[in-house]
Ligand binder design. Structure first.
Ligand SMILES: [Zn+2]
Length: 390
């Protein structure tokens, strides 16, 4: 296959999604305010993108390309997502084989490993974006356990048994004890999350929002402890962060683009109504002090900003263009381009495609240099399966 084709991704209407951002990207009216959580661009079996090859019917992407090793997405997070950890590739291979041998059906609620792949994730913020990422460094963690009265009883646990002991303690704590501690903590917070000007860098803000979001009965979600134990990270537009195997994380609020290896291996640690397997979670979570590394990316002479990661599965880069700018790149794999702002013509000397709201994405095949010409101030992301030449 060669050339450039318009690509139409698949919208996922999960409850936590916002109802304006993705509809605006797709120039779609959403009168009934249905949540539009994710827009998937790839060959995942649960969300196969289609391409316009000029025939009367769109063609599924995997009919003209091999399955892609990555899945590229746009996310609009209105309500926070579950706390999660992804296994390493090696661990996923072992655990997937074990569950297969045990005969646990793939769609069973107690099935933890859906495939034998790792799920490294890289996200780039499209707006102010908030997330939880890794455990707080020691001093900060001790400060919060000291300053939040209701959490004082966790301090001796941390002093005696460190990060692993503390996390195991809150994840295995009997539900009545979770309720006792968190009930009195949450009572003092009221509904501060409803105040638009409330400080989102504070744990209390997200705890009050989580309590309202996940309230279903008298039992309180123990994931709320993690809001106090983990780093709260704010990314500005254009900044990126990488989720390596074992790092606990949860997206809290905002819009982003995300690229990940093709996998569904998610171990959950709260803020969810889904299955939590504490034993599996504890096997794979890295219980250690974490200083979040914000990735700014490196810009080449074409103005392409690349967000490098330690994994070989994918590369994500972005062109931030002014009106009249022209840039180019040479695709080496089946690649997807996505416009998140502006209007850009994509051209390979044979075909020209206009990316704009309504038709924001295209697939490009290797073989020819691809030129981008901005008709307005524009932002175009490029997802690739290869490591770029650096
Ligand atoms: Zn994740």
């Amino acid at each position: 296959m060669a050339g450039i084709y318009k690509l139409t991704g698949v919208v996922k209407h999960y409850d936590w999604g916002g109802n304006t951002f993705i509809p605006a990207l797709l120039k779609k009216i959403n009168e009934k305010k249905i949540p539009h959580a994710e827009y998937w661009m790839g060959t995942h079996p649960l969300g196969q993108a289609v391409v316009d090859t000029g025939g009367s019917m769109p063609t599924e992407l995997n009919a003209i390309a091999n399955s892609l090793p990555y899945l590229f997405k746009v996310l609009d997070v209105k309500d926070m997502l579950s706390i999660q950890v992804h296994p390493s590739k090696e661990a996923a291979q072992i655990e997937f084989a074990r569950e297969e041998a045990e005969g646990i059906p793939l769609d069973a609620p107690n099935r933890s490993y859906k495939d034998d792949n790792h799920k490294p994730e890289l996200m780039v913020a499209l707006s102010d974006f908030w997330l939880l990422h890794g455990f707080k460094p020691t001093e900060e963690l001790m400060d919060i356990l000291t300053n939040v009265t209701e959490l004082n009883e966790l301090l001796p646990v941390f002093n005696e048994s460190g990060y692993t002991g503390l996390y195991k303690y809150v994840m295995e704590m009997p539900q009545h004890q979770v309720n006792r501690i968190l009930h009195s903590l949450l009572n003092n917070l009221a509904d501060i999350y409803q105040d638009e000007s409330a400080d989102r860098s504070l744990e209390d803000y997200w705890a009050s929002k989580a309590a309202a979001t996940f309230k279903k009965d008298e039992n309180i979600d123990r994931g709320i402890f993690s809001i106090y134990l983990f780093n709260i990270v704010q990314l500005k537009k254009g900044e990126a962060i990488f989720q390596a195997a074992g790092v606990p994380h949860a997206y809290l609020e905002g819009q982003n683009v995300e690229i990940m290896a093709n996998s569904d291996n998610v171990l959950r640690g709260g803020l969810t109504s889904k299955h939590i397997d504490v034993a599996e979670l504890m096997k794979h979570v890295k219980c250690e002090a974490t200083i979040p590394q914000i990735i700014m990316g490196d810009v080449n002479e074409e103005g392409e900003r690349t967000y490098n990661t330690p994994v070989p599965d994918f590369t994500l880069s972005v062109f931030e263009m002014e009106k009249g700018d022209v840039s180019s790149f040479n695709p080496t794999t089946t690649e997807i381009v996505l416009l998140t702002e502006g209007v850009v013509e994509v051209d390979d000397d044979e075909t020209t495609i206009k990316l704009q709201a309504g038709t924001p994405s295209a697939v490009v095949f290797p073989g020819a240099t691809v030129y981008l010409a901005a008709a307005a101030k524009s932002v175009v992301f490029r997802a690739s399966a290869a490591i770029h030449n650096r």
